[in-house]
Design a protein around this ligand. Structure first.
Ligand SMILES: NC(=O)c1ccc[n+]([C@@H]2O[C@H](COP(=O)([O-])OP(=O)(O)OC[C@H]3O[C@@H](n4cnc5c(N)ncnc54)[C@H](OP(=O)(O)O)[C@@H]3O)[C@@H](O)[C@H]2O)c1
Length: 319
């Protein structure tokens, strides 16, 4: 495989029912890829080394998209740090090692902006990784992701350059996200909170923190586009790891206004400043990715509209 993804390539999408995995599965189905391999959590527990090795021995995928992992918002990260570090480390160790032993040709690993130092210069460039301590509220998750990233780089170094591709997307959103107001990511949790408030005629919604932290959001289909660019490029020419973000951020307050606009919630917003904000800013420097000809195609407002449409069709409880 000269850096190319073929229509008959054996492609395993781990976590195909999740936010990122489902975007890849949708794309591969729509584009007529014939050998897509998927397993749900109940039939393959990726924290179980034996199950994972048997699966790779039997299925022999050529390309792996590693979109399985334990993911959550600030509350989940603070409440279950042991689960975040243990499950993510186990999944990463099992998949990366088994992929290597089974001769997988390309593997995409998703790191996270939580890997960067809390006090990082903005925008955050790849060479500032490991120059400071990550944000304490998500350090268990961030450390697991740093380890997975380094595993990919170490396998490349020891066994051949650029086979495993660690990428660092910023906050991803889209269909199949977790919309739970407590455990979900901020954008999808806001869609749920404002939609519910509109349905209930609530005059006010109270949100955590000050609203001043700035975040960068990447629509899931745009992440797929970036990864396809990487899979179709000679891996030796890619500097790794590589950030993936649209290059613009918004404050949580601005995000809340965009979401209320799309959802049509007309009430007020109160900010509970006794609750933590997390990192003040997390904007990625995505110059490496952009130099490869990729750019995000979906504006934040259009992406929120499409995500809200999906939510209304799939997740919304009848009023
Ligand atoms: N979302 C983001 O903003 C973002 C940003 C950067 C990186 N990432 C990384 O990208 C990956 C995918 O994230 P996501 O947001 O798409 O997560 P998600 O929506 O929560 O999906 C994760 C998927 O992994 C599966 N999974 C979890 N534990 C498993 C296990 N032990 N065995 C088998 N399957 C398991 C889940 O299945 P069940 O639901 O059935 O457990 C689910 O389908 C994660 O590694 C995450 O760290 C995400």
């Amino acid at each position: 495989m000269a850096g190319n993804l073929e229509k008959n390539s054996r492609i395993y999408v781990a976590g195909h029912r999740g936010l990122i995995g489902s975007a890849f599965a949708r794309y591969f189905h729509a584009e007529g890829y014939q050998n897509l391999i998927v397993r749900d959590h109940a039939s393959l527990d990726l924290t179980d080394a034996g199950q994972v090795q048997s699966f790779f021995d039997e299925q022999r995928p050529e390309v792996v998209v590693m979109a399985a992992g334990k993911v959550g918002g600030i509350v989940e990260n603070k409440t279950y740090p042991a689960d975040f570090i243990t499950q993510n480390l186990a999944i990463q160790l099992n998949i990366i090692r088994s992929a290597h032993l089974a001769g997988v040709k390309r593997l995409i690993f998703f790191g996270s902006s939580c890997m960067y130092p809390r006090e990082c210069t903005q925008p955050m460039a790849e060479d500032t990784l490991l120059t400071g301590k990550p944000e304490p509220t998500s350090i268990a998750y961030g450390m697991a992701k740093l380890t997975g990233t380094q595993m990919c780089l170490s396998y490349n170094q020891q066994y051949g350059q650029g086979r495993f591709l660690p990428v660092i997307p910023n906050s991803v959103y889209g269909a199949n996200d977790n919309f739970d107001p407590v455990s979900g990511h901020v954008l999808s949790a806001l869609i749920n909170r404002f939609h519910t408030a509109k349905q209930n005629g609530s005059a006010q919604v109270t949100l955590w923190g000050s609203g001043s932290p700035r975040r960068e959001f990447l629509y899931s289909d745009d992440l797929v586009g970036a990864c396809l660019t990487l899979l179709q490029t000679d891996p030796d020419s890619i500097a790794l790891p590589i950030n993936i973000g649209p290059g613009e951020d918004v404050s949580i307050k601005e995000l809340a206004e965009l979401v209320t606009d799309v959802v049509g919630y007309a009430g007020g917003i109160e900010w509970d400043t006794t609750k933590p904000d997390g990192s003040p800013r997390k904007l990625l420097e995505s110059a490496r990715m952009k130099a490869m000809g990729w750019s995000a195609k979906t504006t934040l407002k259009d992406g929120i509209r499409q995500t809200y449409d999906w939510y209304l069709r799939n997740r919304c409880e009848p009023a």
